[in-house]
Ligand binder design. Sequence first.
Ligand SMILES: [Zn+2]
Length: 358
Amino acid sequence: MNGTIAALLRDFAAIQKSKQSMWGYKRAAAAILALEEPIESLVQPDGTLRKIPNIGPSSSRVILEVLQTGTSPTVERAIAESGQSTDIERRRDLRGHFLSRSQVLAAFRNRQLVGPRLDDYNGDLQMHSTWSDGSQSLEDIVLAGIERGYQFCGVTDHSYGLPIAGGVSMEELEQQHREIDALNRKYRRKFRLIKGIEANIRADGSVDMQPDELARLELVVAAPHSALRVATDQTTRMVTAVQTKGVHILGHPRGRMYGSRPGVTADWNQVFAAATKANVAIEIDGDPSRQDIDYDLAKRAVDAGCLFALDSDAHSTGELRYAETAIAHARLAGVPTERVVNCWPTERLLEWLRSRSG
Ligand SMILES: [Zn+2]
């Protein structure tokens, strides 16, 4: 229900004429998706809604309509009158298999699911620091990681091929590695920072760094950030990426975006088979607007024998909990814990990383 209501609020946002009300409904949708409990439990005995931050009176009206009738006549009427029904339909198709926070927590409580539990999770392998477009320093990551009970984190700032995301130059990477070495000495036996990068997969499947540059890193997440709206089949592109020496993880494989972008079209069975053969992990990116790949597609990666990386893609320490969204998808897909590289002990993880490095 939280997901249904958030989707309707996003539809309502999309047809607003004023920017202010568009943002108002978008904020309300985000607040519903972030709720820890089902929205039904916030209805008071007198039928009104308990106060929720960022939910104004007109959003509350939509919510109560949906709770009472299963839909919102207010939103549906406004869509019909806006003349944007086709665009709204297209957006609705792009919200499949996204989990609300309340569904994430339900997946942890569900004992019938066999996948990894929070306790099994030893560290996060995709995140961004102040060295690219993140707001967390390297030491912030160590401290927040320790607080979450992790033993390691991979720092994967954007590569220089992505200047729009503040990609790091090779010189900057060298400085960053010195800082990581110092932190690893300081927190020895408590925590291990892993020298990583998030490289971009170009349209032809090549990665935007030279082989000798990839070899200087302990962890390479290769992910598509461009050519994401092409409708043609991208199987060869994705297979080429996973076969690239030095690549460890295929990051947010589809490049989809909640309600706005379907991402890459490919024969995923073929991509997953190639990843298994290359010993490359398929990522479940837990950023709420990505959730990429989702539990439905992940079931096929399970059948193909893939390894998995469950990552937050955090840009701040507060976003590290996005890893929980990824773990929930893995549980819903029945990913065996043994196949989740984040659940391995540090030494075993490092060994796997070395085995694929140049
Ligand atoms: Zn990315």
